[in-house]
Design a protein around this ligand. Structure first.
Ligand code: SF4
Ligand code: SF4
Length: 356
């Protein structure tokens, strides 16, 4: 197992880490078998969240015999200092440890949430206090939007960034990775397999490794999956053989057939929308809304994009141009409904009374 320095934290982490989501759904015995087998093969990063029910407890039990040889990471989705501190204390009890290597602010969705967290009385202060007390070694942040990450890095000295990176969402991280790494911040990617939608593990991991993260955290439900992931890591020599555009497009197509989801391949064949709609961007926003539970952020982003989807006149030119037969009109119609700002009750009442 290749390992890397985690930014300037002084920690060394395995290129492949284990994520905590699956452990909440499987038994302690199964979790312990996976964690022990992974550790035996060189995995030393175990990363979860307070949100993932008893995953901290299970990781804590499984790593008890080799605590000093692993890097434990977890996160809080709480926004206020008092709630954040309570979460950190609970995590320490759950893991059964007196310090946690990396503690992160989880899934910071919008700039508004970021401001709340960083304000006096916000959750960041809880992390700082617990770091000063020695219970947290390093402070991290996870978000799905580069803008939020970059703004956070301007506000405070984060040690680690966790960010989703996979074949279907390639452009999101562009420009951000260099910024993170040039600052000596640890870079951990998450969701390399897109919850299993990525299909071909070899392509998915080679793509992620080529971005040179310090580690990539992946959820693993059983020993077979673990073996597949470890074998893929071993097969990806160095930083991973380059992944061709065709390989990525084929992998996404295969996964679409498998899971009946619509994936835009970002091929740019539909740029000539007569109404000037940025179709690729709209589909990406809708993917965030639909798959990554980032509805609030997607709506905020959509509000700033011109022209909006109300300008689509259903001409169908985009669908004729799309080589992957994406039902663009249907997806954009759904996006229009879901991404449009909600009308306030006041406006609805006004409309009812005055017909406005
Ligand atoms: S159907 Fe809508 S999005 Fe597609 S090309 Fe026509 S106006 Fe543009
Ligand atoms: S042509 Fe199809 S696959 Fe290509 S960017 Fe447009 S919607 Fe996506």
């Amino acid at each position: 197992m290749k390992s890397n320095k985690l930014g300037n934290t002084g920690l060394e982490v395995s290129r492949l880490g284990l994520g905590g989501i699956p452990f909440q759904y499987i038994s302690q015995t199964e979790s312990s078998k996976i964690i022990q087998a992974a550790h035996d093969r060189g995995v030393n990063l175990f990363y979860t969240s307070r949100m993932y029910r008893d995953s901290e407890n299970k990781i804590g039990v499984a790593t008890r015999g080799f605590r000093d040889k692993v890097v434990l990471g977890t996160s809080t989705h709480k926004r206020k200092k008092t709630d954040g501190r309570r979460d950190i204390e609970q995590s320490l009890r759950n893991f059964g440890v007196d310090y946690i290597d990396v503690y992160s602010l989880h899934n910071v969705l919008t700039m508004g949430v970021l401001k709340e967290i960083m304000s006096p009385g916000g959750a960041y202060q809880a992390l700082e206090e617990m770091r000063n007390a020695g219970h947290v070694r390093h402070v991290g942040i996870s978000a799905h939007q580069p803008e939020t990450i970059l703004a956070a890095l301007e506000m405070a000295a984060f040690d680690v960034v966790e960010f989703p990176l996979n074949i279907a969402d390639r452009e999101a991280a562009e420009g951000m990775i260099e910024e993170i790494q040039s600052r000596g911040i640890g870079f951990v990617t998450i969701k390399p397999m897109m919850f299993g939608y990525a299909g071909d593990a070899s392509v998915a991991f080679r793509y992620v490794f080529s971005a040179k993260p310090d580690s990539t955290v992946v959820g693993t439900y059983n020993l077979d999956e673990l073996e597949e992931n470890l074998a893929t890591e071993e097969a990806a020599a160095g930083d991973g053989a380059a992944v061709s555009r065709d390989e990525i497009i084929n992998a996404i197509a295969a996964s679409e057939r498998k899971c009946f989801k619509v994936f835009c391949r970002r091929c740019d064949s539909c740029v000539a929308c007569p109404q000037g709609i940025d179709i690729k961007r709209m589909l990406r926003l809708y993917e965030y809304f639909d798959r990554y539970h980032s509805g609030e952020w997607a709506r905020e982003e959509y509000a700033g994009v011109r022209p909006g989807l109300q300008n689509c006149d259903n001409c169908g030119i985009c669908e004729r141009e799309c080589p992957y037969h994406i039902p663009i009109k249907r997806e954009l119609a759904k996006a229009r409904v879901d991404l449009m700002p909600r009308r306030s009750p006041r406006r609805l009442i006004k409309k009812k009374i005055f017909g406005g």
